[in-house]
Design a binder for this molecule. Structure first.
Ligand code: FES
Length: 154
């Protein structure tokens, strides 16, 4: 069941959209902020609240790669996998992250600390190669900078 806080936050979005279902993405982001990810149960709860079917909402969820439909780690690392970053050192960033974390893209470290995901352009091409950790952008990455960033996220 959606908590009162979750319902209030979703309802606060209603005036910005013509129909309740227009709030789909925002509603899932709100739930994700509270629960860490969007479970099948959460899809059912949100869809009922927005007067949609769970399948319709799940279709929206799968379209947005930042809606997590599986549990994720405490920190989610989104690594840009697009052309400017390829040119500016993506391969070194990728291989350093894979070896430091000991996981592949789409996986979470055994201690639950990091989930590593590959995403299209983060819109920070002037700072390529770039990645985001949670909501914070990091650019001009190299192995030393990546180590500092990882250590800052205990
Ligand atoms: S190509 Fe990597 S941020 Fe745009």
């Amino acid at each position: 069941m959606l908590s009162q806080q979750e319902r209030d936050e979703i309802e606060a979005e209603f005036p910005h959209y013509e129909k309740k279902r227009g709030v789909s993405v925002e509603a899932m982001k709100i739930i994700q902020r509270h629960r860490g990810w969007v479970s099948t149960q959460a899809i059912e709860e949100i869809s009922e609240f927005l007067e949609m079917t769970p399948d319709e909402l799940d279709g929206v969820a799968t379209f947005y790669n930042l809606i997590f439909r599986k549990p994720v780690g405490k920190h989610v690392i989104l690594v840009c996998d697009s052309v400017s970053c390829w040119i500016m050192g993506y391969e070194e960033v990728r291989s350093h992250l894979l070896s430091r974390l000991g996981i592949q893209f789409g996986q979470t470290t055994g201690d639950g600390r990091f989930t590593l995901l590959s995403v299209p352009c983060l819109g920070a091409c002037d700072q390529a190669p770039a990645m985001m950790v949670n909501d914070k952008l990091y650019g001009n990455l190299d192995p030393a900078k990546i180590d500092e960033i990882l250590e800052a996220h205990a």
